[in-house]
Design a protein around this ligand. Sequence first.
Ligand SMILES: Cc1cc2nc3c(=O)[nH]c(=O)nc-3n(C[C@H](O)[C@H](O)[C@H](O)COP(=O)(O)O)c2cc1C
Length: 339
Amino acid sequence: MRSLFDITKIGTLPMRNRFIRAAVSDTTFDGFIDEAMIANYTAIAGGGVGAIVTGMTLVDGEEKIFPVVALCSDSFVPGHRKLAEAVHRYDVRLIAQLAYIGSYTTVGDNSWIVALAPSSVPNIVTGAPAREMRLGEIKLVQKRFADAAARAREAGYDGVELHCAHGLLLSQFLTPHYNRRADEYGGPIENRSRMIIETYTQIRSAAGYDFPVWVKLNCDDGIENGITEEDFLYVCGLLSRAGADAIEVSGNWTPHIFKAGPYFLAPAASAAADNSVPTILTGGNRRVSAMHEILNETKIEFFGIARSFAREPSLIDRFRRECENLAAGGENFRKSSSF
Ligand SMILES: Cc1cc2nc3c(=O)[nH]c(=O)nc-3n(C[C@H](O)[C@H](O)[C@H](O)COP(=O)(O)O)c2cc1C
């Protein structure tokens, strides 16, 4: 029987357990990491988690439309190094989530923004207008991701995660509603996945083939004409064959915010069954008993959790106690995991 606290690996990366703090964006108005952020990550690392994925981190300095952390030039590296050192003191892995946001900006009145996008389709959520990327811009954004990954390695991160979910630029390439291109980046899924696969390949060659690369993917965009499960599984297969170190399965989670229960379980279980790449299930993971069951009844091996850490940084230490109760007989476990 597999345990949530197995000492294991994601790809080549040693893990003290199967829990990952999923990305939660860090607000900063200049893109630099500050002391409050380091204190927050330190509290979570000290609370027993196996790995932390940072909040989305901008790869392109031109994208001054969203106040989050950046890795778009060398000047940002020392702050990231300080963060990595703080987290590593607890034997916790730290993964930099690399992102290009595009039209998913949440800047208040964004009528002045014309963001880059696969096609000139306004963002459904933010209303921001968008302009179809030229081929040169596609190549430039791929290079920005690759350069940022090399900086992440230099800063001491244990790997990067490519943010291809939640309606950000890379995710939009997969989504028929947003990608209406007539060239080799649009049309069938073989073409719509090209942007992600090329970006992934560029990261590998810039940061080194031994540097772990995870990918966060939507299995469900939650919009009309969004990604289908079949297309999602096709992309998982491509990434698995390309040697990705992990796939984190997410989707449009906002309609499910009040649900306690892993709402993306079925597609994540299919992805894990079909492929050899380790699968991380994210969204609604609240109960140790449920995760224990999923671990032993599917091929899903890891669990991403985001919001629960905000109110309880030492969540995983509590989960460990609950698992010990489970092993001891079960009755105490059922009582303590009932939230
Ligand atoms: C405040 C906040 C910020 C988030 N920022 C990011 C982010 O930067 N990158 C990302 O991939 N997901 C982000 N997410 C989504 C989470 O990683 C996760 O997918 C979602 O919260 C569902 O997991 P949960 O039910 O454990 O909270 C964010 C979620 C919240 C609540």
